[in-house]
Ligand binder design. Structure first.
Ligand code: MLT
Length: 301
């Protein structure tokens, strides 16, 4: 098969695909050129930079392109229903990056608790602001509210329990026996918003109102910390910024943004924001596991 890789992929997995007799081409295409280019490939593998929408599908449909694979969890950068209606299957690698994303959420929690991101910046500027950054807080004993209790949420829970946090989670689906197994409890969303000292989001972005917005922030504890390693669309950035400025939200750890690359500089450079450029799955381990999942998917096509 001819396989197009637009946003990079683990080199070992690419070598494996070549060994299996496939031709792998690494090339990024601008949105207006992508659809036509796809006609020459059986499979396209994308990460988050490439978007495959109606325009690209219209240009590629009826060609040899049969499969779009998202090397990651979310398929929100693909018009899945339209692709499938036009005979193009959409697949993803939902398991491979959970540990890495959960670890980044944990890292942002520590960063918010001790202002690691902001304090580190002042050190780079040659300053020694020990007094300013000596009013941190411990994670131990705090209540973590996890919204979306799938693979990533569960891994985050296990780590948070390890540092002595209490964990509550909201999800429409309740995994039988997991409360006893992980020592956490499920809660209604309203209760979780009221009880959590730190809130971490692990759901896909849903159309309509973002989960974190003025109205939901108002229900949260004063001084709450918000971590988002899921999708930028889950947070209204303007409302979060206002809440950070007023102190209602003490700090936020953000890996994902409404637009990427992030556009809202007032938010991502805010002194109480720990920000990273969508690197949740950006570890060698996750990329190797994603590569192995991609090889498995392609071997079954
Ligand atoms: C995912 O959905 O797995 C991530 O957002 C992957 C990424 O693009 O880095």
């Amino acid at each position: 098969m001819r396989i197009l890789v637009t946003d990079g992929m683990d080199k070992g997995a690419q070598a494996k695909l070549a060994e299996m007799g496939h031709e792998v081409v690494n090339q990024f295409f601008e949105p207006d050129e992508l659809g036509k280019a796809l006609r020459d490939f059986d499979v396209v593998i994308i990460r988050s930079k490439t978007k495959i929408r109606k325009q690209q599908i219209d240009e590629a449909k009826g060609s040899k392109l049969k499969t779009i694979i998202r090397a990651g969890v979310g398929v929100d950068n693909i018009d899945v229903a339209y692709a499938e209606e036009n005979g193009i299957a959409v697949k993803n690698t939902p398991r491979a990056s959970s540990q890495s994303v959960a670890e980044l959420a944990m890292a942002h929690m520590f960063s918010c608790a001790r202002s690691i991101s902001a304090a580190g910046q002042t050190m780079r500027e040659g300053k020694w602001e020990k007094k300013t950054y000596s009013a941190g807080f411990e994670l131990c004993g705090k209540t973590l509210g996890i919204i979306g209790f799938g693979r990533i949420g569960q891994k985050l829970c296990a780590m948070a329990k390890g540092v002595g946090m209490d964990v509550i989670a909201y999800d429409v689906y309740h995994v039988p026996g997991i409360e006893q197994q992980l020592g956490m409890r499920y809660a209604e969303l309203e209760d979780l918003l009221k009880e959590a000292d730190i809130l971490s989001l692990h759901t896909p972005a849903i159309d309509g109102k973002p989960l974190v917005r003025e109205e939901t922030i108002a229900k949260m504890k004063d001084g709450v910390v918000i971590i988002n390693t899921s999708r930028g669309g889950n947070v209204c950035e303007e409302d979060l910024l206002k809440a950070l400025d007023s102190g209602k939200v003490r700090a936020a750890g953000l890996d994902v943004f409404a637009e990427e690359p992030a556009q809202n500089a007032a938010l991502y450079t805010h002194p109480h924001v720990s920000s990273t450029p969508h690197i949740g799955a950006g570890t060698n381990e996750a990329q190797a596991r994603i590569g192995a999942e991609l090889v498995e998917i392609i071997s079954k096509l």
